[in-house]
Write a protein that binds this ligand. Structure first.
Ligand SMILES: Nc1ncnc2c1ncn2[C@@H]1O[C@H](COP(=O)(O)OP(=O)(O)OP(=O)(O)O)[C@@H](O)[C@H]1O
Ligand SMILES: CC(=O)N[C@H]1[C@@H]2OC[C@@H](O2)[C@@H](O)[C@@H]1O[C@H](C)C(=O)O
Length: 375
């Protein structure tokens, strides 16, 4: 195994293809599975629109289908390309990298039925890159009775340890789904998925403008949110559920769609309403936190939506900042996280805890796929 600069330290590439279906993020870190040296090197490879639609067609698959196998190989090839781009960008070779953490694409998540599915072909990634791969990060947690998500909290906490920020503090990821990590004194952490992130807004924009994003929140900012839709949205029992808890990207989708359709909203009012729902779901989560955070740091693409960020700050009444203000790369946190979790797997360290996924005891997860070339 390739070591980093210090014994026990490993240079890792983490890779994430999140629920927004925008593409693959790959990022480089060095870690011993506890501390992290961020190397600030990452790449993003967008999906071709036709692959994105084939991936979207896999959402909801409780088991693999023939067409899903083809999609899994095709999306793995995008990961291979991303690794090669990152190696080229950093003038590194496969021999410089100890491990790849490969999340894969979640197509179905229903932990209550013991099911969470991330598609992808880890052995193909190992063979084509010549680098060992750790994948299947969520399965052991779900098998042990946990939610299987979110898994980023342990990485958020590791980064926060050296950030010099007053606790309690919240790290919030806003992607297709949004999730929060509350960090208190010592090792006290609590985490859960807050609610739909920008997925519903993305779908709305795609349907009405052909572009799957409300760039910087400009459309929402020019509209007026419908308060009744928001009130009805918050009646979903998920918001009263005691955390840890997690969501599938498509949870609440049909209900939100019908609320917005019934309200007969125009493009910008619909965008404002959906952005307000994203914010309202996050704010509703504060009731479940042991103590209200003194500040919030936001990662994920949703932090680029100024309307969401400003509305969130005004409703929370405490500072809401981008993690970039801590010198983290807010677009690469999740990718880096899976490099970190891959190294934790190699060192036999747990990935999830009762306070992060509700798993009864700290749980080691992930599976190692070694390359035939290295054997
Ligand atoms: N400039 C921008 N303005 C507004 N929104 C943006 C911008 N850039 C990205 N986004 C939003 O960020 C989201 C994608 O963020 P990200 O890549 O962090 O999500 P993901 O990792 O795919 O999802 P998840 O975290 O749920 O797995 C999209 O929903 C998109 O709408
Ligand atoms: C099942 C699944 O893939 N969940 C994702 C999703 O995207 C955001 C949120 O929902 C979070 O729970 C999780 O991803 C991040 C990386 C996590 O596990 O922390």
């Amino acid at each position: 195994m390739t070591q980093g600069r210090t014994p026990g330290w490993i240079t890792a590439i983490g890779m994430m293809s999140g629920t927004s279906l925008d593409g693959v993020d790959a990022a480089l870190i060095e870690t011993d599975g506890v501390e992290v040296r961020r190397l600030d090197q990452s790449v993003f490879v967008p999906y071709a629109p036709e692959l994105r639609e084939r991936m979207r067609a896999c959402f909801g698959n409780r088991s693999a289908t023939n067409s899903e196998h083809v999609v899994a190989d095709d999306l793995t090839q995008v990961h291979v390309d991303a690794v090669n781009m990152l190696l080229e960008k950093t003038s590194m070779t496969p021999g410089d990298i100890g491990v790849i953490g490969f999340h894969g694409q979640t197509v179905f998540h229903e932990p209550a039925s013991g099911l969470t599915r991330q598609i992808g072909t880890p052995d193909m990634l190992a063979d084509k890159t010549g680098i060992p791969v750790v994948a299947d990060f969520r399965l052991a947690d779900v098998a042990a009775g946990g939610e299987g998500a979110p898994l980023a909290p342990v990485y958020h906490a590791a980064l926060m340890k050296s950030a010099g920020v007053e606790v309690p503090v919240a790290v919030l990821n806003i992607g297709g789904v949004s999730n929060v990590t509350w960090i208190g004194e010592g090792d006290d952490i609590l985490a859960f998925d807050c609610g739909p992130g920008n997925a519903r807004l993305d779908d709305w924009m795609l349907r009405h403008t052909g572009n799957p994003v409300d760039l910087n929140g400009a459309t929402a900012a020019s509209g007026k949110g419908d308060l009744m839709v928001e009130v009805k949205f918050l009646e979903d029992p998920y918001f009263d559920r005691v955390p840890p808890k997690s969501l599938d990207r498509e949870d609440m989708a049909a209900r939100i769609d019908s609320l917005v359709t019934e309200a007969k909203l125009g493009v910008s009012d619909g965008a404002a309403t959906l952005a307000n729902c994203t914010v309202a779901a996050i704010v509703a989560g504060v009731n479940h936190l042991p103590v209200a955070p003194k500040s919030w740091f936001v990662c994920g693409g949703g932090r680029h939506n100024h309307y969401v960020m400003e509305t969130l700050a005004s409703r929370l009444g405490v500072p809401v900042r981008s993690v970039d203000e801590l010198d983290w790369d807010g677009d690469a946190v999740e990718a880096e996280c899976f490099g970190y979790l891959a190294v934790r797997h190699l060192h036999g360290l747990p990935l999830s805890f009762p306070g992060t996924t509700g798993v009864p005891a700290p749980c080691c997860g992930g599976k190692l796929y070694t390359t035939k070339k290295a054997a």
